[in-house]
Ligand binder design. Structure first.
Ligand SMILES: *Cc1c(COP(=O)(O)O)cnc(C)c1O
Length: 763
């Protein structure tokens, strides 16, 4: 009789996790024990899981160091074109497992940890998420860093080292409560501070126009302290750098009005710059500190860029025609858009270039990515605030605008300068790039079982080249393959069900359809439409309790911005529906409604591999891209997506089930102790619905019926899943980055490896 495989044995069998050679394992154990003793300064009597995690993290980190130094030397010698990706958010999640995957160390570490009598998954779970992002925009930046390193681009991520990332969400009595994310409390083994490379950043003051140029004077100075994090490519020995800035006090010798003690206390004011990430997703909040953050990252980063450019050989070749094409700066939304006036300021006022030359450099160097058309997300800073904080930049912006208007006037189109005008002026400057996700984190790392079943059929090349997945189409009628795919899904569902039971004390039916809507809570993403479906399904089961109903577990997760009242009410409605539905004995385990607390990268990695159905139901035309959809598709879920809407008013009375659901929300059915709790949500849906929930209700419910029918036929369902996975190639961020590289940055990506340096201790 064969005993079921333990998690460790299962992980060991999987080849995509690298080879656990005996020597590797022995070396890893030695290194682990040395770090445990010398770095952690612990013995086994007093150690806890976190100590073991840190010992392992340091052991794995050792394997990055040689490659990191070597890569940077290589860039210095070869002097390739540099790419700078500037972003106010890098939503990185955890680093340990990702590093092991990209360095092919996973099986060897697993074996070493097992032989040391420890449990790998327990140690991995001790790592804090680097939650320096809100949602898709920050996730995208993280995926891009992985792809840029994997494609051999000499790229740098530049951002802010927030002391507090996105808040941790607690659900208390059904309501969201925010808790500060103290992620650096126990130290961060992946970063290296570089105090020798601090840069001054100026604020406030005024401008002086003198015969030898414009001076920005009477400023306040904050120092930017860089922290570097290694970004390994996938098995190519390349390690790039993400550099995040922290604000620190500039030790003046000038007399401080408050005296010496006050001067030291004022340290805090400087350090506030990098204290906390603003927790808004797709929403502009007009706050001075946020504007300071946006300029801070840009000003510090441009000093690095200019210094590195001047250290390159091209700087000396004054008449080389390529000299001005050695740097590309990509701006992740308008958040770092001040890079443009700042680069102009540096070139005009410090490097003493003329306007036309400076503007030419700017235009060749900078590119901007637009992510949304929601008006409430667009940044519009008040002139007064801007002038107060950055007087010189405002002058430069006015001058840029004046020159644009000049061009417009010459073209006899004096009064408007819409985006369309700019497009007509320079159509090649406007391009579309479909976003993507990295298949390393979002398949190999989070779903090794599925990666292995795929690798058995088509080899491992798909990890570097996701288009290869289309070769799976050959096996769509292969019964054994269909069974393997279905089996991996079932194992992932069981594992997630166990996780929910352990961490949240909720029991779910692992045979039910796992239906997920996980993303930030937003009216435009229409979690309310999902709510109406939950209620409708509940009412149908209640009406005909003896009919065969496809069992569903509907899981919704996501954070609401702390100041976004309606989003918080939506969370409360979901938890209220759960309270009614989950305790109704007539329903049993045919329908459960679960709000997943504290949705973040790490929870996404655990949840998504278990999904059968992915809810992507935003109002047509409001979601710029979405990447959650791609993660689900790649992990073998089917998608239910949006249709275009029609007239809102005519829907309500015509559809009895919609009316019933609305009457229940309005009448206190889900909030018996407080019948008018959801009055405002009802009013919103009935009278002020920008996002057309009613318009799409009927089509959505009908589509959900089809989903139920299909789920009753597991084989047909899985065939559709395979078709879906096979079509995922386009959604690799490797493809997105290759397009950015060729079509915007003017660089050819490369899958070549650089030589692997030995791991040397004390050398
Ligand atoms: C991918 C991801 C997102 C983006 O999801 P969308 O559905 O595209 O909005 C947000 N948050 C986390 C934690 C993610 O991993």
């Amino acid at each position: 009789m064969s005993k079921p495989l333990s998690d460790h044995d299962k992980r060991k069998q999987i080849s995509v996790r690298g080879i656990a050679g005996v020597e590797n394992v022995a070396e890893l154990k030695v290194a682990f024990n040395r770090h445990f003793h010398f770095t952690l300064v612990k013995d086994r009597n007093v150690a806890n899981k976190r100590d073991y995690y840190f010992a392992l993290a340091n052991t794995v980190r050792d394997h990055l160091v040689g490659r990191w130094i070597r890569t940077q030397q290589y860039y210095y010698e070869k002097d390739p074109k540099r790419v700078y990706y500037i972003s106010l958010e890098f939503y990185m999640g955890r680093t340990l497992q990702n590093t092991m995957v990209n360095l092919a160390l996973e099986n060897a570490c697993d074996e070493a940890i097992y032989q040391l009598g420890l449990d790998m998954e327990e140690l991995e779970d001790m790592e804090e998420d680097a939650g320096l992002g809100n949602g898709g925009l920050g996730c995208l930046a993280a995926c891009f860093l992985d792809s840029m390193a994997s494609l051999g681009l000499a790229a740098y991520g530049y951002g802010i080292r927030y002391e507090f990332g996105i808040f941790n969400q607690k659900i208390v009595n059904g309501w969201q409560v925010e808790e500060a994310d103290d992620w650096l409390r126990y130290g961060n083994p992946w970063e290296k501070a570089r105090p020798e490379s601090m840069r001054p950043v100026k604020f406030y003051g005024r401008t002086e126009h003198t015969p030898d140029g414009v001076k920005w004077v009477d400023t306040q100075v904050v120092l930017a302290l860089p922290y570097d994090t290694p970004i390994p490519g996938y098995r190519n020995n390349i390690v790039n750098t993400m550099r995040l800035w922290a604000g620190v006090f500039f030790p003046f010798s000038t007399v401080n009005v408050g005296g010496y003690i006050q001067a030291v206390l004022d340290r805090n004011l400087c350090e506030n710059i990098s204290r906390v990430l603003y927790p808004n997703d797709n929403f502009f909040e007009n706050k001075e500190l946020r504007l300071k953050q946006e300029y801070f990252v840009v000003a510090a980063t441009l000093q690095d860029i200019v210094r590195r450019f001047k250290a390159s050989m091209f700087w000396l070749q004054r008449d080389c025609p390529h000299r001005l094409r050695r740097v590309a700066i990509q701006l992740n939304d308008t958040h770092p858009a001040m890079a443009i006036p700042e680069l102009m300021r540096v070139l005009l006022d410090e490097e003493k270039l003329g306007w036309d030359k400076a503007w030419d450099v700017c235009v060749r160097t900078c590119a901007y990515t637009n992510h949304t058309v929601l008006p409430e997300a667009l940044e519009r800073w008040p002139i007064d605030l801007f002038h107060h904080l950055l007087p010189r930049h405002l002058e430069i912006i006015f001058e840029i605008n004046r020159r644009f208007m000049e061009v417009r006037r010459m073209q006899e189109n004096p009064h408007c300068h819409s985006v369309r005008d700019f497009y007509e002026l320079d159509p090649h400057k406007f391009q579309n790039k479909t976003n993507g996700i990295t298949p390393r984190r979002w398949l190999v790392m989070c779903n090794p079982g599925l990666a292995e079943v795929i690798a058995e059929k088509i080899g491992e090349e798909f990890i570097r080249d996701l288009d290869q997945l289309k070769r799976l189409l050959k096996f769509v009628n292969d019964d054994a393959f269909i069974r393997d795919i279905a089996k991996v899904k079932q194992e992932n569902k069981l594992k997630f069900a166990v996780h929910l039971e352990e961490h949240y004390k909720v029991k779910i039916n692992p045979q039910s359809m796992f239906d997920f809507q996980v993303k930030r809570i937003h009216e435009y993403k229409r979690q309310l439409l999902n709510c109406l479906h939950m209620i409708t399904y509940y009412n149908r089961i209640k009406k005909e309790p003896n009919k065969h109903w496809t069992p569903r577990t509907i899981m919704v997760g996501g954070k609401a911005a702390p100041g976004y009242h309606t989003a918080k009410m939506i969370i409360r409605l979901i938890t209220a529906i759960g309270e009614v539905v989950n305790h109704d004995p007539v329903v049993g385990d045919r329908l459960k409604v679960i709000f997943l607390e504290n949705y973040r990268v790490t929870l996404a990695e655990k949840a998504i591999p278990s999904a059968d159905l992915s809810e992507q139901i935003s109002t047509a035309g409001t979601e710029a891209s979405g990447t959650g959809n791609m993660k689900f598709m790649l992990n073998g879920a089917l998608t239910i997506g949006t249709m275009d809407g029609a007239n809102v008013e005519m829907y309500y009375n015509r559809i009895p089930e919609l009316k019933q659901a609305m009457d229940q929300i309005a009448g206190g059915f889900f909030s018996p102790k407080q019948p008018d709790l959801f009055k405002e949500l009802v009013d919103l849906l009935m009278h002020h619905d920008r996002f057309k929930v009613f318009a799409d209700y009927e089509a959505y419910i009908k589509c959900q019926d089809k989903v139920n029918q299909l789920y009753k036929n597991p084989k047909e369902w899985t065939k559709m899943v395979i078709h879906n996975i096979a079509g995922c190639g386009k959604f690799s961020s490797d493809r997105t980055i290759a397009q950015y590289a060729r079509e915007i940055w003017g660089i050819e990506p490369s899958l070549e490896k650089i030589p692997q340096p030995p791991v040397m201790y004390g050398a």
